[in-house]
Design a protein around this ligand. Structure first.
Ligand SMILES: *[C@@H]1O[C@H](CO)[C@@H](O)[C@H](O)[C@H]1NC(C)=O
Ligand SMILES: *[C@@H]1O[C@H](CO)[C@@H](O)[C@H](O)[C@H]1NC(C)=O
Ligand SMILES: *[C@@H]1O[C@H](CO)[C@@H](O)[C@H](O)[C@H]1NC(C)=O
Length: 381
């Protein structure tokens, strides 16, 4: 290796051979999933016991935490209304089982980290100005359709970490972001996303969606969708009818074993594709399927690939770790001919980061790889 490193030292190539084992980047740092404890915000004031005893609840729920009287007469006692943010209603981390009556001045509603199991229309009857609702990390199983009729201006709806079994119906047409990750969703009602032309982010990560739950028209009307996350479901096929303006497509942790040859034809902005932890082998991956000129980041780690798929000269990051690759031939995978003008760096393939660890490869890195990918900053073998 000394010769090649000497020759190409200008490339600032760091060979992290093997040694990277101990400092491998964690692909997905796991966040602690613990429900925040109730002691995070000490209750300022404990109210006297209510006149009428609350109905007995056969649960382990701690009692709701009530705040001090607010300067806003319409502020529910279970929530905090900041004088500096009159359009925000903070009811997160309060052990709530029920949604309080939402004041009409509310634009931002924070209800995350409670024990709410049902969303009914009544608390929303005056909340016509709502723009942003966060109900993440509750126990929501059901949402009345009428809720969304009351909030036509809703832009962001965050409902990850609940117990929904299907995508809610009659969502507001103006919605821009919908987060439904970590639920139990195995059903998308027909037309659930129709008319939602403004949706840019749809997150269905970590649910129970299979191929039959995704029709070819499911995503059809999402003309402005930029990010689609279907990771951690039980898909065996690539989802059909994905909007062609998509920028990010995440499909990690499914059971996909086959990519149709023309699957990525027609995408005009696709830059990030993740297919880590699937069942892709050379047989199911047509040799040039990832030759997509807009792609910047391609992740195919933890599959069963035996060879390196061809990719475009614009690609910057390629993850192929933990596959079954036995050899790599720089001449074959070089997006441009090695005989092209090597002195002009701006013409060289843009690949900067390449992970190949967890395969059957051994150093040294072949010279033709180093000669082709002259922008390579790090390669992990
Ligand atoms: C609903 O809002 C209107 C004005 O925006 C107000 O007069 C009325 O009292 C509110 N109703 C409730 C139940 O809060
Ligand atoms: C990859 O796509 C480019 C156009 O972006 C094309 O010129 C090139 O021939 C393709 N390479 C292969 C191996 O198909
Ligand atoms: C790599 O591929 C090229 C072209 O297919 C071939 O000529 C060359 O011998 C291969 N290199 C090795 C080390 O197998």
């Amino acid at each position: 290796m000394r010769v090649s490193v000497g020759l190409f030292s200008a490339l600032a190539l760091f060979l992290l051979i093997g040694a990277a084992l101990s400092q491998r980047p964690r692909l997905k740092p796991r966040k602690p999933t613990k429900r925040p404890t109730t002691t995070r915000k000490p209750p300022v004031h404990r109210p006297p016991p209510p006149m009428q005893p609350e109905p007995q609840e056969p649960t382990d729920f701690p009692p709701p935490i009530l705040g001090p009287p607010s300067v806003f007469p319409d502020c529910p006692r279970e929530c905090f209304c900041s004088p500096s943010y009159p359009n925000a209603l903070n009811c997160e981390n309060r052990n709530l089982r029920r949604i309080p009556l939402i004041p009409s001045r509310t634009h931002y509603l924070y209800l995350q980290n409670n024990f709410i199991s049902e969303v009914t229309a009544d608390p929303f009857r005056n909340a016509t100005e709502l723009r942003w609702v966060n109900m993440a990390n509750n126990r929501i199983q059901r949402i009345d359709k009428q809720v969304f009729e009351k909030v036509p201006g809703l832009l962001y709806l965050y409902m990850q970490r609940n117990q929904l079994k299907e995508v809610p119906s009659a969502l507001p047409a103006g919605l821009e972001q919908l987060r439904l990750g970590r639920n139990l969703i195995s059903k998308i009602p027909p037309g659930a996303f129709s008319k939602m032309e403004h949706l840019t982010l749809l997150d269905l990560y970590h649910n129970q969606l299979s191929d039959s739950d995704l029709g070819k028209n499911t995503f059809r009307d999402l003309k402005n969708l930029m990010q689609l996350n279907l990771a951690h479901n039980i898909l065996k096929k690539m989802p059909a009818g994905v909007p062609s303006g998509l920028i990010q497509l995440f499909l990690d942790k499914n059971r996909i074993n086959d990519i149709p040859r023309d699957y990525f034809n027609g995408f005009t902005k696709l830059a990030f594709v993740r297919l880590n932890y699937n069942q892709l082998s050379d047989k199911g991956v047509p040799k040039t399927v990832f030759n997509i000129s807009t792609l910047l980041d391609l992740q195919l780690s933890h599959n069963q690939l035996a060879s390196v798929p061809l990719f475009n000269g614009h690609l910057e990051h390629l993850h192929l770790n933990d596959n079954s690759i036995e050899s790599i031939n720089g001449t074959q995978i070089c997006p441009y001919s090695l005989h092209a003008d090597l002195s002009d760096l701006s013409l060289a393939p843009r690949l900067r980061y390449l992970r190949l660890d967890g395969n059957h490869l051994h150093p040294p890195i072949p010279l033709d790889v180093i000669m082709c990918f002259r922008h390579l900053h790090s390669i992990v073998i």
